[in-house]
Design a protein around this ligand. Structure first.
Ligand SMILES: [Zn+2]
Length: 225
């Protein structure tokens, strides 16, 4: 894998092994602006890698250091996600500036990078997550257009739900809500709406914003296994 070196000063000591990868979109009008920000000491944000729409892959922070990409976040009751994860910023203007499809060359580069990372770290497919999964109240990246199925086909991530929505008909509200937490989301009853949207973006984008519809419930029951 060929990297363009563009070091960021925004990192500190990791203190534990890497076992997660968090995918982001940059959410700024251009990739150049996002790259500048991730390398600006005053911004206090960074990621390990940055992938342009043409597939160019930049290395900003060494993998053995703790980059600052996750922010306030939680997964399966753990909070310091930066300490255990590698952060990948994928250029896309995002929902605020004209969210668009991720080009083929860019996704191919994400796949190549994940394969490369897995030669150095043991990362289970279920630990390759969206920023919105670990920070659902604040974040929606990389969003519902991200082709998780492409990563899943390579064994790199969990596939979106492709089963029969009918299986969700008999699932109770309580069981569906419980499954959200069992999968790993920070989704306390009564404050679960953002986590549900994050789940839909990641696992059943055709149900995004539809609440606990039968497809979402079927996907939740399939996902908690
Ligand atoms: Zn992000």
């Amino acid at each position: 894998m060929k990297f363009i070196e563009e070091p960021s000063p925004n990192f500190d000591i990791r203190g534990r092994d890497v076992d997660m990868v968090i995918l982001h979109y940059t959410g700024m009008p251009t990739g150049g602006e996002a790259l500048d920000r991730l390398r600006d000491e005053a911004a206090k944000v960074s990621a390990h890698y940055f992938i342009e729409e043409n597939g160019d892959c930049y290395r900003l922070v060494a993998e053995d250091m703790r980059a600052w990409h996750a922010g306030v976040s939680a997964w399966k009751g753990e909070y310091d996600i930066n300490a255990r994860s590698i952060g990948i910023e994928i250029v896309n203007p995002g929902h605020e500036f004209g969210y668009r499809d991720f080009p083929e060359a860019q996704i191919n580069a994400v796949i190549a990078l994940l394969k490369d990372i897995r030669t150095r770290h043991a990362i289970a497919p279920e630990n390759v997550l969206a920023h919105s999964d670990i920070a659902p109240r604040r974040k929606e990246d990389p969003g519902e257009k991200f082709p998780w199925g492409r990563l899943a086909a390579e064994g790199l991530a969990v596939a979106p739900f492709e089963g029969d929505a009918k299986a969700g008909e008999a699932v109770s509200y309580d069981d569906a809500l419980k499954a959200l937490g069992q999968i790993g989301y920070d989704a306390p009853p009564g404050d679960h709406a953002a986590a549900l949207l994050a789940f839909q973006r990641r696992f059943c984008p055709e149900s995004l914003g539809q609440g606990f519809d039968r497809r979402t419930k079927a996907a939740l029951m399939a996902g908690k296994k």
